[in-house]
Design a protein around this ligand. Sequence first.
Ligand SMILES: Cc1cc2nc3c(=O)[nH]c(=O)nc-3n(C[C@H](O)[C@H](O)[C@H](O)COP(=O)(O)OP(=O)(O)OC[C@H]3O[C@@H](n4cnc5c(N)ncnc54)[C@H](O)[C@@H]3O)c2cc1C
Length: 458
Amino acid sequence: MPLSPARVLAALNAVRPPDRTSPVIGRAVVVGGSVAGMLAARVLSDYAESVLVVDRDDLQVTGERPGVPQGTQLHALLPGGFLQLEHLFPGFREQAVAQGAIEAPPAARRSYLDGRRKVVVPDDADSLAGTRPLLEGLIRQRVLRLPNVKTVTARATGLVCDGAVVTGIRCDVGGMAGVESSDLVVDAMGRSSRLSDWLEQAGWERPALRRMTVNLNYATALFRRPETDPEATVVMALHTPETRSDVAGAAFFAVEDGRWMAMMAGYEDNRPGRTADDFRRRLREQFPPEFGEIAGHEMLGEVRTYRHADSRRRDFHALRRFPAGLVSVGDAVASFNPVYGQGITAAALHAACLSTYLREGPDPSLPARRFFDLQKVVVDVAWSMSTSADLAQPHVDGPYPRGYRLSSWFSRRIVEATVTDVSTARRFNDVVSLRVHPRSLATPAVVLGALRANLRAR
Ligand SMILES: Cc1cc2nc3c(=O)[nH]c(=O)nc-3n(C[C@H](O)[C@H](O)[C@H](O)COP(=O)(O)OP(=O)(O)OC[C@H]3O[C@@H](n4cnc5c(N)ncnc54)[C@H](O)[C@@H]3O)c2cc1C
């Protein structure tokens, strides 16, 4: 009997690298060397004789890069994602801290909902704060240290197929056309991946693309962080749509080199913080006092903005015809409203899907359906959480899933209870962190516990 989605998710969270490695494939080519591509390459290094990571950016260069335009914006690493990174890269925490990342145990994290400070869950998992280039760079360093992983700077331009099997990719290396042959191609090209076009050009179906328009406007700025500042290293504040604030949320994280990274987000025509003065004013006026304190510090550089139009997913699992020798991971499959911070953690779970699939010794002449079935569980969970929260925004007008009104009523009660009730907050945090299936929140015990907690709080 197939496992329930909840058990699949639990099993994926428990995946560890194998003790002994024995290649089940010859050469793997990963297209896209960002977070999802590098995590896939880490897993493939256990199962392939060699792994080549192809990226249009030079991955020997550290820092911000054009292939990842979101890299200037604040990136949260959810505790679930941090745990996955520690499993894939033993000693990741120490390595990260040595390079400037800041530890964020539960006691150092603060969260507000509509101005009310949430309870701390003392036994929650730890997290880590740092800029996106630092986090990505740490992962990259560890992967490129593996003896059977190499990178090349090239732009992938299409698939090479032999009958029903993908046997490589076409690429452009400094103006010269080339081919990289492969026993398994991994698409990790991010949300703008061209894989669907390439499949169609090669005579295959393109996966259905589902979109939910969110029209989110991000703004991020760096501030100097004096030693006397709040002890908290991660502070987040969300406004529910009922509060009708023009800023949907803000956060500030301690990051490397003695800095705070502060972020604000708004929807539709609300573009908070496009200028330095506006950024500071809104932090002071619309958020708890710590935000005003940060706003008073020296701003380092300019406010950087980013517009995120939609959440989107590509349903590879539903394709009737699909070639062997090909999988897709990370944002290329599903990318969500970034406010919920799921991307890196979801990519780590996609890597766990790949590990599970390869460990089972798949037949390389057949499509990787087992991989896509596992991945669907991860995508469904992250998608349902992100989109159901977005449907509560007045400007988001569907599509509404069946039973939406009732489920959203319960969700609001549970979210309210996370402000005062440790037990509800613990379970909710595990769900948000993609460690536990959202169905675990829909039990009578959890719902009644939340309702009682809300009554007590009133
Ligand atoms: C504003 C914003 C804020 C976010 N905040 C968070 C957060 O707080 N927490 C979190 O976990 N996630 C966050 N995310 C999501 C996170 O950035 C991604 O989920 C994460 O980077 C994984 O993406 P990826 O590796 O699949 O793709 P990407 O990071 O987009 O990388 C795609 C890679 O593919 C390469 N590439 C593309 N096309 C080609 C080609 N033809 N040939 C060769 N190379 C190619 C690119 O150069 C790039 O390196 C945020 C996203 C946005 C937009």
